[in-house]
Design a protein around this ligand. Structure first.
Ligand SMILES: NC(=O)c1ccc[n+]([C@@H]2O[C@H](COP(=O)([O-])OP(=O)(O)OC[C@H]3O[C@@H](n4cnc5c(N)ncnc54)[C@H](O)[C@@H]3O)[C@@H](O)[C@H]2O)c1
Length: 278
């Protein structure tokens, strides 16, 4: 029998799925057979601002440029013969998270897979210039959001004795990042949460694993300073950025039965950026 990633019959919720890595995760899970809810603070049809969005320069730019694809991606997934939903959900809003998880379970039948992908990446400044409001926002979105989504999904997974929780860290969290005090702190925190939840989940059939992307060519990455981008690419062993699909393939694998004995790991999808190079 051929070895394959088969997620048919599984239901996934991906946060931050409007673009970039989250969107690609949703597509990969659907291609492997899962039904998918795509949650994001931005939807094409609902651009009403929330407090979190209002504090996010990148969200404003992406909205203005029309780089918001949650509903289009849900339609694309339905075109594959899967079920899919686009849900307006701010991961920092407890009520919205509860409602989003409930809606996924109600309309798609269960919740087996949670991908905690939503994050803010646009606060790059040296310590003296780190902004208090963006520091707080980064902790709220990248850490509290992950906590709220996982806590809301947990009882559904426990009840079924099966779950896959994927968290999205970053090499900024494992290596540090110049000008990334808030972001790197949150992405290191993601790993502590992942390992603790792996211990709690194991007795309920729930695995909890992190992917640790390096330099991935998403819309957000392409908007960073060109010189900085090239310096980061030059640090990878491959001398090139990864594609969102490189991360999504790792996510799909971790969600599959092939990864049943993996939990609490941090899987680098980084083209070897952490290796000593010169
Ligand atoms: N692109 C990279 O090079 C890279 C590297 C390492 C880690 N990562 C991680 O990968 C993930 C995705 O990165 P990306 O490059 O696709 O970024 P991105 O900014 O393109 O995507 C993030 C998504 O999260 C959504 N979002 C932001 N705040 C939200 C909130 N409060 N509630 C719900 N949704 C919210 C955004 O609308 C967006 O769709 C992030 O966790 C990021 O930290 C990316």
């Amino acid at each position: 029998m051929a070895l394959s990633i088969d997620l048919s019959g599984r239901v996934a919720l991906v946060t931050g799925a409007s673009r970039g890595i989250g969107r690609e995760d949703a597509l990969a899970l659907a291609r492997a057979g899962a039904d998918v809810a795509l949650a994001d603070i931005l939807l094409e049809s609902d651009a009403s601002p929330s407090a979190t969005e209002a504090a996010s320069p990148l969200a404003q730019i992406m909205k203005a440029r029309g780089a918001v694809f949650a509903e289009a991606t849900a339609a694309e997934i339905r075109g594959m013969g899967r079920r899919a939903l686009a849900i307006k959900m701010d991961v920092t809003d407890r009520d919205a998270v509860r409602a989003g998880v409930e809606r996924t379970a109600r309309e798609l039948g269960s919740l087996d897979i949670l991908v905690n992908n939503a994050a803010t990446l646009d606060h790059v400044a040296r310590l003296e210039h780190q902004r208090d409001d963006l520091w707080e926002r980064d902790l709220r979105v990248n850490l509290t959001g992950m906590f709220l989504c996982t806590r809301a999904a947990w009882p559904l997974m426990k009840a079924r004795g099966f779950g896959r929780v994927i968290t999205v860290s970053s090499v900024a969290g494992t290596l540090g990042g110049y000008g990334q005090a808030s972001y790197a702190t949150t992405k290191a925190g993601v790993l502590g949460f992942t390992r603790s939840m792996a211990l709690e989940g194991a007795r309920h059939g729930i695995t909890v694993n992190a992917v640790v992307p390096g330099v991935i060519a998403t819309e957000a990455f392409e908007m960073t300073d060109a010189g900085m981008r090239q310096r980061m690419i030059d640090r990878t062993a491959f001398r090139r950025a990864g594609a969102p699909a490189d991360v999504a393939n790792a996510v799909a694998f971790l969600c599959s039965d092939l990864a049943s004995y993996l939990t609490g790991i941090a899987l680098n999808v980084s083209g070897g950026i952490e290796l000593f190079t010169f």
